[in-house]
Design a binder for this molecule. Structure first.
Ligand SMILES: Nc1ncnc2c1ncn2[C@@H]1O[C@H](COP(=O)(O)OP(=O)(O)OP(=O)(O)O)[C@@H](O)[C@H]1O
Length: 253
């Protein structure tokens, strides 16, 4: 199986504060990998390092030769007064053909909106349009930064379904950030639970049942009271790793 992305021992600090400590991240061909973790855990920083937008302080970043990446940002602000139809927005990409635009609009199920002003799209439709734009270059790897932020549950389910369908149909890999393990479960092969370092990773079901996941999302993970966990580390108030168990972090035991 070929590996598209291979990051090893990535460490990154900002202003003397360690945001990523010895983090490994790999994405194989046709694999869907989801990064989850609390606010400020370093997810976007790791993604930017993977994309080559930020340099790590140390560690190795390997990308498959000739790798084409399609990036979908969290949000895109478009001036309300700008007269811009959905299909014109996609045609802004240099060298894109009308045929390619029709094809990606079909993929994200927005064909019927091709003449609509982008400002009239709902939150979920706008996210699908951003996904269409990311697909225009026929990427080997689709990188999605919180693709469902601010979208209602039905819209979220649709986008996750679409992501999985896109991988199945196009054979591309996906790396995405999410805050919600429950919703991404059906649309991901591997979940990496990040809080400055990798707390746990694996198939979604194994992460869901992992005590470290429950410790990280204490209070928000479902059925939290059912779990008893024994950590070999905890996090201080700045998120740094401190060896040994922490009674406060285990309040819900
Ligand atoms: N360019 C920067 N300069 C200084 N600090 C930064 C920079 N980029 C990120 N940080 C800090 O690094 C930490 C991790 O940020 P990052 O955006 O990677 O977290 P995240 O897990 O994506 O968070 P969220 O879920 O809130 O988006 C945060 O405390 C952030 O303030």
């Amino acid at each position: 199986m070929s590996t598209l992305l291979d990051l090893k021992n990535i460490t990154k600090s900002f202003g003397g504060r360690t945001v990523l400590q010895d983090v490994d991240l790999s994405v194989d061909a046709r694999e869907i990998v989801t990064l989850i973790g609390p606010n400020g855990a370093g997810k976007s920083t790791l993604m930017k390092i993977a994309l080559g937008l930020t340099a790590p302080d140390s560690g190795e970043v390997g990308r498959k030769k000739g790798l084409v990446i399609g990036y979908m940002p969290q949000k895109l602000a478009i001036d309300d007064t700008l007269p811009l139809q959905v299909e014109d927005f996609l045609k802004l990409r240099p060298g894109v053909t009308g045929e390619a635009v029709d094809e990606v609009l079909e993929t994200v199920r927005l064909s019927r909106f091709c003449k609509s002003p982008v400002q009239r799209l709902s939150g979920g439709e706008m996210q699908r349009l951003l996904m269409a734009r990311a697909l225009l270059g026929n990427p080997d790897l689709l990188v999605l930064d919180e693709p469902v932020q601010g979208i209602d549950i039905a819209g979220q389910e649709e986008i996750y379904r679409l992501i999985k369908q896109t991988r199945d149909d196009r054979g591309c890999s996906v790396l995405m950030i999410s805050h919600d393990l429950h919703l991404v479960m059906s649309a991901t092969d591997r979940v990496i639970c990040l809080n400055h370092h990798i707390c746990c990773q694996g198939a979604p079901e194994s992460v869901r049942d992992n005590p470290d996941y429950h410790a990280l999302f204490a209070g928000s993970a479902e059925n939290i009271s059912m779990y008893t966990h024994h950590h070999d580390h905890h996090h201080d108030s700045r998120g740094n790793i401190v060896p040994g168990p922490h009674d406060e972090a285990c309040d819900h035991d």
